[in-house]
Design a protein around this ligand. Structure first.
Ligand SMILES: CC(C)(COP(=O)(O)OP(=O)(O)OC[C@H]1O[C@@H](n2cnc3c(N)ncnc32)[C@H](O)[C@@H]1OP(=O)(O)O)[C@@H](O)C(=O)NCCC(=O)NCCS
Length: 194
């Protein structure tokens, strides 16, 4: 999996591995990190989460990266197939989760920008979705910095272009697990900032 690593200005991103268990467990046990995921995870649930991410790489050839700075894992950022109805099926979601000590340094945006580029260029994706709750302002700000476009706005615009109305947005099924959806596309949204 070494050849799948990505280097950014400050970070090395490499596919998650079993050696990431301690960090995954620490993040899962931190209520600040897990506040928008329904609460903390036991070490056993974190291990299950990590094993699912490793299996995702094996099954799909893409997945979560461990983002490392100077050899230290600062968090997990990557792409995942959505297994729930976020209004875009099949959908590829971009996701981020950093250790609290590494918030406020720009690492999530830096890693996500590289991951999105990888998705569009190596994987040939046309659309990457991001899903979060309205209250998760830090996550929403990452989406804004990436230039992601809010799904409802995009759907209204495409309905107008077809001579229709905003009814298009009502036809999108309500996401089951989250109430906010943003989308970013290689050719339909604003370009990803470099
Ligand atoms: C969501 C999450 C990844 C965002 O992390 P973050 O650190 O706020 O986001 P970024 O890495 O983009 O950092 C941006 C901040 O770093 C600051 N920053 C400092 N140095 C910087 C640098 N060199 N370059 C860029 N930004 C820098 C920016 O000014 C910005 O500060 P602000 O928050 O005061 O506006 C993090 O809060 C998290 O892990 N939350 C828990 C998990 C979660 O909820 N995930 C999302 C589920 S949908």
């Amino acid at each position: 999996m070494k050849d799948l690593a990505i280097t950014t200005e400050r970070l090395l991103l490499r596919p998650v591995c079993t050696g990431d268990l301690d960090v995954a467990a620490a993040l899962g046990a931190d209520p600040r990190v897990m506040a928008w995921f329904g609460g903390t995870l036991t070490a056993e649930r974190s291990e299950q989460w990590l094993r699912r991410q490793i299996e995702h790489w094996r099954a799909h050839g893409f997945g979560r990266f461990a983002a490392t700075f100077g050899g230290v894992v600062v968090g997990f950022v990557g792409l995942t197939r959505t297994e729930y109805d976020a209004g875009f099926i099949p959908g590829i979601e971009i996701a981020w989760r950093l250790a609290f000590d590494h918030w406020g340094k720009g690492y999530a945006t830096e890693a996500a920008r590289a991951v999105a580029r990888e998705g569009f260029e190596r994987l040939g994706l046309e659309l990457i979705v991001g899903v979060t709750t309205p209250g998760n302002t830090r996550s929403r700000r990452v989406m804004e910095r990436l230039g992601m476009v809010h799904a409802r706005r995009r759907l209204r615009a495409s309905a107008r272009a077809r001579g229709g109305s905003a009814a298009a947005s009502r036809r999108v099924p309500a996401p089951q697990r989250a109430i906010e959806v943003s989308v970013s596309s290689s050719n339909q949204g604003p370009p990803l900032p470099t």
